[in-house]
Design a protein. Structure first.
Length: 106
């Protein structure tokens, strides 16, 4: 498994405001719930044929949060969101791809 997309730890931040993932390569990713919710790639959020977003970000409450987080095999996480959404699967590759840190954004 690629250490860049293999989580060593998955946990909330100390203030429980973000999801923290420490990857096997030592990198740290912290994601706000809203950013994760808007990154959903399910068929209800992204057009399956064009790949274009269907989800209108203005229709997602800025204070959305996960009610439940589940592992999907060894390759992804699934969330049940406070807005009722629960069909998205977030592969670890996607989560690493959307890491907002300066190192990943450059």
């Amino acid at each position: 498994m690629d250490p860049r997309t293999d989580p060593a730890r998955i946990e909330p931040t100390e203030d429980a405001a973000r999801l923290r993932i420490v990857w096997r390569d030592g990198h740290l990713t912290e994601l706000e719930p809203l950013a994760l919710r808007l990154a959903c790639r399910c068929a209800g959020c992204i057009d399956e044929f064009t790949g274009k977003p269907i989800l209108d970000p203005s229709r997602v409450a800025p204070d959305v949060y996960p009610l439940e987080i589940r592992h999907v095999g060894r390759y992804a996480l699934a969330f049940r969101w406070s807005d009722g959404h629960d069909t998205g699967i977030y592969p670890f590759e996607l989560i690493r791809e959307i890491c907002p840190c300066p190192e990943c954004r450059s």
